[in-house]
Ligand binder design. Structure first.
Ligand code: 17E
Ligand code: FE2
Length: 413
């Protein structure tokens, strides 16, 4: 396959990209197609590596209203509703909703997904379903599974055993939720316990960490210190980290030093956390997000996730990462022209770093030929005008193609 005239990685220069045997083979202007080679005319549009969804819960998606809607909009009501819905899970139910979600993601240019999966159900139904699904779809999308103890590993007395079982069944990543443990000390202990497990079983770590508007929720420093001391920072992620939006600046400054030294990653979920955050404030009302802009400026890796699509935590969402970016850049004041142009990195290269897949990711000779063609001359226009992913290409084969809708105006001017 030869893709002509594209702005690779949103760069100003135009080039061509050739694919052979599922890998990028040449990247240079004026390449000539071989006899019979498929040619895509990029028409001066942007070619990026596929979008990375670095935080979603495939087991809970598309359950909005089941058994009831989250009318308060709080995380806590959401967790209660899930506690009810979870009792009805079957493998088929999970697989069918997860597949429908993956279709939405692929349509919007995603090929790499990190999915948390709740392991509080002693039958581990959702995990079994997603382990099977991961295998079934692996030619089209890469899925990492995170063992997510929604009810806490110390708070829910069964959960330690379930965590070890989930690891043995093959999860890629160890999850956690220290801010939901009964006490501050239990939260810290859970972090130590889980990072120790990660070392013992050689797994990545991605905890829901301090997803609460409580400036006293400081599990992130414990996780960062563990990551630093164990030398596993690049394999460790804190998701949400929204308490950081409530920390004072002096403390944040100290924390940033530790985060930077640890080399760990942060995932922000701008849509869901703007929606769930600030729910206990009247006015002034906090935004409930982590410090995307400051973390980025400090050289700490931040990627974005959708978290939820049409469930008890988010009634909206259709798999489009542009919506996630849009919310993130608005809420954390990343609205400078260059910040907007660069904002694709939150759902591409930064996401790949979070997932620890950089070796196999990116548009470069020798790497797997995974890429997306956006219907825009640069990322600013793609974001602003919600442009389509025209082609989602996996190992040199088109796995999704979108034809833009055409509008005809009848205005007389
Ligand atoms: N569970 C949780 O604790 N936080 C979330 N944002 C979601 C599930 C989606
Ligand atoms: Fe989450």
């Amino acid at each position: 396959m030869l893709i002509k005239n594209v702005h690779v990685d949103n760069q100003a220069a135009l080039t061509d990209v050739q694919i052979k045997d599922g890998h990028f083979s040449k990247i240079a202007p004026n390449l000539v197609p071989d006899a019979g080679e498929q040619v895509i005319d990029g028409q001066g549009k942007v070619l990026l590596p596929p979008f990375v969804e670095s935080h979603i819960h495939l087991d809970t998606q598309l359950t909005a209203g089941q058994p009831r809607w989250n009318e308060s909009g709080t995380l806590f009501e959401g967790i209660r509703i899930w506690g009810e819905r979870r009792q009805e899970l079957t493998k088929q139910d999970v697989k069918q909703r997860a597949l429908a979600t993956i279709r939405l993601l692929v349509k919007h240019g995603i090929q790499h997904i990190r999915s948390h999966v709740d392991i509080s159900d002693p039958r581990l139904t959702a995990l079994q379903a997603l382990l099977e699904l991961k295998e079934e779809v692996k030619d089209q999308v890469d899925i990492q599974l995170v063992a997510f103890p929604q009810d806490g590993v110390l708070t829910n007395l069964q959960e330690k055993g379930l965590m070890e079982q989930a690891i043995k069944e093959g999860v890629d990543v160890i999850g956690g939720i220290p801010h939901m443990e009964f006490t501050t000390e239990d939260g810290w202990e859970s972090v130590h316990y889980l990072t120790r497990l990660a070392e013992r079983y050689d797994r990545l770590v991605d905890m829901h960490c301090d997803e609460i508007d409580d400036p006293a929720s400081r599990n992130l420093e414990v996780l960062a210190a563990d990551a630093y001391k164990r030398g596993i920072g690049d394999r460790v992620t804190a998701s949400h980290a929204t308490a950081m939006g409530s920390y004072n600046d002096a403390y944040a400054s100290k924390l940033f030093g530790l985060l930077k030294r640890s080399g760990m990653n942060i995932v922000a979920n701008p849509l869901v956390n703007v929606h769930l955050g600030g729910r206990f404030d009247t006015y002034p009302k906090r935004r409930g997000l982590t410090r995307i802009k400051d973390l980025t400026a400090a050289g700490i890796n931040v990627s974005f996730g959708e978290d939820d699509i049409q469930d008890f935590m988010n009634p909206l969402g259709d798999g489009n990462m542009l919506d996630v970016i849009m919310m993130g850049v608005y809420v954390d004041h990343l609205m400078g022209y260059h910040q907007l142009q660069d904002s694709f990195k939150f759902v591409t290269y930064n996401g790949a770093r979070t997932l620890h897949i950089q070796d196999q990711y990116g548009i470069a000779v020798g790497k797997p030929a995974n890429c997306i063609l956006l219907n825009a001359p640069d990322f600013y226009h793609a974001l602003n005008e919600h442009r389509e992913v025209l082609y989602n290409i996996r190992h040199g084969k088109v796995i999704a193609e979108t034809r833009p809708a055409k509008t005809q105006l009848y205005l007389g001017f």
